[in-house]
Design a binder for this molecule. Structure first.
Ligand SMILES: Nc1nc2c(ncn2[C@@H]2O[C@H](COP(=O)(O)OP(=O)(O)O)[C@@H](O)[C@H]2O)c(=O)[nH]1
Ligand SMILES: [Mg+2]
Length: 320
């Protein structure tokens, strides 16, 4: 191969739903292309509106179960019966964000619906027909990925192709299609999901599903001798959650002292994933605790990772 020829490096972002795959891809586009496509911005705008309505409704139901608000009376009853976020509804939503309900959102609902405080703070802007979501909001939008998205990014003399896939069970059947010719796999898991269940069936532990998915992935012939990088993501949410839902409440083998200490609790989570790597004799793994919303961290992390992948893959192909 001539030295000037572009080397194509395919990196797969993989993991169960909501772990942060698409958010990392958005960050990579921002870092390497400088912006996002207009259709992605428009899609985020629609999803932010939908997220606001959905998470408001779910949070209001929870607050009502605790007897904090009455969802049968206005403005809650009007908001809960609407399917479209008009400006009028947004004003009503904003008017509820006070007293016991606000307290409930900030101290409880935010651990399940992580972006609800931001959405409520910006409800009126989000509902405006002229709303142009800032990057901060675009990164916070929760939008389910279906199918496989490939993005090509120029990095020096190489082309980095990042592949993002849907993480829900129904989407995982499609993963096999993108396994061939992969240079490295980044498996992304959400650290704060240890007390959550899957949306798909409402009962399976999300952590167990992620660990099983990781183990199944390592079992694939495609990944023998491939570089596997593990991002234990949503570390910011994990750090906050540990103080209200310490790990020893969910895992009997961990002591209260370890379960309520962020670093020790994170170490425990890292070990759960590393055990799977040891089981599979996988020597090539690197583990990082990450926050996909942090652009400067993403810039540094991906710059180190791509440099390493490119160097290794060039040396494997005999250029060095
Ligand atoms: N606070 C916080 N939110 C995150 C982080 N990573 C992803 N999210 C949010 O988690 C939700 C799901 O992320 P997404 O990238 O769509 O997950 P995917 O299903 O794996 O593609 C979105 O609302 C993101 O804003 C993180 O590190 N910290
Ligand atoms: Mg996605």
């Amino acid at each position: 191969m001539a030295k000037t020829e572009h080397k194509r490096i395919r990196v797969l972002l993989i993991g169960t739903g909501d772990s942060g795959k698409t958010t990392f891809l958005k960050q990579l586009k921002l870092i390497h292309l400088g912006s996002l496509e207009l259709k992605e911005i428009e899609k985020s705008r629609c999803f932010l509106k939908q997220n606001l309505l959905d998470y408001f409704n779910l949070s209001a139901q929870l607050a009502s179960n605790e007897g904090l608000i009455d969802i049968e009376s206005d403005p809650f009853s009007t908001i809960l019966s609407t399917t479209d976020l008009s400006e009028e509804i947004a004003v009503k939503i904003s008017s509820t964000y006070k007293d016991a309900f606000k307290q409930f959102i900030l101290t409880k609902a935010c651990y399940t619906y992580h972006n609800i405080p931001y959405l409520l703070d910006h409800a009126i802007e989000i509902a405006s027909p002229n709303y142009q979501p800032p990057i901060e909001a675009i990164l916070l939008a929760r939008m389910k990925t279906t199918g496989i998205q490939e993005v090509e990014l120029p990095i020096g003399n190489s082309k980095l192709i990042i592949v993002d896939v849907g993480g829900q069970r129904s989407e995982r059947r499609k993963w096999l299609r993108c396994f061939s010719e992969v240079t490295a796999v980044i498996f992304i898991a959400a650290l704060d999901e240890y007390d959550k269940v899957l949306d798909e069936d409402g009962r399976t532990s999300r952590l167990k599903e992620s660990l099983d998915t990781f183990r199944d992935l390592l079992n694939q012939d495609y990944f023998v001798k491939k570089k596997v990088i593990l991002f234990l993501n949503r570390y910011d949410l994990f750090k906050k959650k540990i103080s209200v839902a310490p790990l020893h409440k969910f895992f009997e083998e961990i002591s209260p002292e370890e379960g309520s200490d962020v670093k020790k609790a994170a170490r425990y989570m890292v070990n759960l994933y590393q055990e799977k790597l040891i089981e599979k004799n996988c020597e090539y793994a690197a583990v990082h605790l990450t926050c996909a919303l942090d652009t400067s961290l993403c810039r540094k992390l991906f710059s180190d990772i791509t440099e390493q992948i490119i160097t290794e893959s060039l040396s494997l192909s005999g250029i060095f």
